[in-house]
Design a protein around this ligand. Structure first.
Ligand code: ADP
Length: 466
């Protein structure tokens, strides 16, 4: 479950628990209070009615003089017992229902069935009437009486039911509001974490110098950002060490390999060696040559990673492309490849010229290497497009399987077919190309048809004329 949902549930749960406790206390108070008031009323009416019913001589007041009983007394179910337990008086309502006599301190509820057509006591459809009953011993004029007084409380009960329904509805509404508010609050709480996450995701091996900006408040998120930044510091340091190690190792390997190459070329020039030995030496010489290329590529790549070989100046691309193409002229003729060139004049970029040359060499070298089949063609064009210079290098040949397109820029990645061929390098050529383009804030796109042709389009930001 998402943290946002979990926080929402926690907030709702805690709020609901508090709401529930609050409602219980409130409902208890609200339900108890009317009963207490009613009991108080029954108590005082019991005294009043007893006084209206029994004379000071202890005899029953004659019917005609019982004004109070005839007016107020009609509203109450009333029985007055003398100390022998004999009924001295019973009000008219007692004929509808017989309520049990319980000698309790407080009041109690009794349900009785009284048909509505017999007496209208606001009973519901089932003719059920709830009475609140009190039994009170009252000494009067030297005699002890027991007064049982009751009152139908249908209205009160309805109101109490309404009250409970309102509390439940209120609780429901409260829960829904709490859920919505909780979800919103959880979003607010997690918002800075989501921002840190986005920023942390933007930091990769190419942008290890980026850091998460620290907030103003020294809170938990500040600590989290600081810890992440410290982790990036350590990562950057070890990446740097790794790159430096590769750069140093390739640099150290360069000289012994150059000496070996020299040795093989000198030995192979001798004409007095047996043929089989010459063949074996030629084989070894090819291995050393490949090793030389690999080490040079590794050194180049690690220098690019360390950004130590990028000194941008104003470069006229038209001139650079022409110069590189002229270096390949002979090789293309020897490989029977027809070259088509279409270059716009005076296309200027702000770049490191050596890097641009390396990029063009790698791409054109590949365009020749993978231009298998007869009547090969290479087309190189340069044009301005919006604010960019677009260099396109097209070649016929084996093409690139669409499934391989995303991977050919990976380090040491070579398509299976070219792995088998002797012409290929170590799979670092396009990695170097991509790194150079990244350093110049450009981009590279690939187009083509598998088995037929390939076109690399490179876009570099133009220098806008003043
Ligand atoms: P390599 O040293 O093998 O040439 P690259 O990094 O230059 O390594 O290229 C990676 C792979 O991309 C190559 O092995 C090759 O299969 C494929 N590739 C690169 N350029 C071309 C091209 N112009 N035509 C066809 N395939 C190519």
């Amino acid at each position: 479950m998402k943290i946002r949902n979990r926080i929402t549930l926690w907030i709702t749960g805690a709020g609901l628990l508090a709401g529930l406790l609050f409602s219980i206390v409130i409902s208890y108070e609200l339900i108890e209070q009317p009963f207490e008031l009613l009991d108080g009323e029954l108590d005082s009416q019991a005294h009043t009615l007893l006084a209206g019913c029994i004379s000071h001589e202890g005899t029953l007041v004659p019917q005609t003089n019982r004004t109070m009983l005839n007016s107020i007394g009609r509203l109450y179910w009333l029985k007055i017992f003398n100390k022998k337990g004999q009924i001295v008086y019973s009000s008219p309502m007692t004929q509808y229902a017989d309520l049990p006599l319980k000698k309790k301190h407080g009041g109690y509820n009794v349900n009785a069935t009284i048909p509505r057509d017999v007496a209208d006591l606001e009973q519901d459809g089932s003719n059920e009437v709830t009475f609140r009953v009190r039994v009170i011993p009252i000494p009067f004029s030297g005699q002890d009486y027991l007064v049982q007084i009751a009152r139908p409380m249908e209205k009160l009960q309805e109101e109490l039911i309404d009250l409970v329904v309102s509390i439940i509805a209120g609780l429901l509404l409260f829960t829904i509001t709490l859920l919505l508010a909780g979800y919103f609050v959880a979003g607010k709480i997690l918002d800075p974490i989501a921002r840190i996450n986005t920023l942390a995701r933007e930091i990769n091996d190419k942008t290890l110098d980026k850091r998460i900006p620290l907030g103003k408040h020294r809170d938990e998120l500040y600590t989290l950002s600081t810890s992440l930044n410290q982790m990036f510091d350590r990562l950057q340091f070890s990446f740097q060490r790794q790159k430096e190690f590769i750069a140093n190792a390739s640099h150290e390997l360069k000289t012994p390999i150059a000496m070996q190459r020299l040795f093989f070329s000198e030995v192979l020039q001798r004409g007095d060696l047996p043929n089989d030995l010459t063949d074996r030496l030629a084989g070894q010489s090819a291995v050393v040559l490949r090793m030389d290329r690999l080490v040079k590529n590794l050194l180049e790549l690690s220098m690019l990673e360390l950004k130590e070989v990028c000194t941008p100046t104003r470069v006229e691309l038209t001139r650079t492309v022409t110069a590189v193409l002229s270096e390949f002229e002979e090789l293309m003729q020897a490989s029977d490849i027809y070259l088509d060139v279409e270059l716009e004049d005076a296309v200027f970029v702000f770049a490191d010229e050596d890097n641009l040359r390396r990029m063009l060499i790698n791409l054109i070298d590949n365009a020749i290497k993978y231009n298998t089949g007869e009547k090969g063609r290479i087309r190189v064009s340069l044009a301005r497009k919006n604010n960019e210079a677009e260099i396109s290098i097209y070649n016929t040949g084996i093409g690139i399987d669409p499934a391989e397109r995303d991977r050919i820029f990976d380090q040491f990645y070579r398509v299976e077919k070219s792995r088998a061929s002797t012409s290929g390098g170590a799979g670092l050529g396009l990695t170097i190309v991509q790194r150079i383009i990244e350093l110049h804030h450009g981009r590279i796109e690939l187009d083509g048809e598998f088995g037929s042709w390939v076109q690399f389009n490179i876009f570099l930001p133009l220098i806008v004329p003043d």
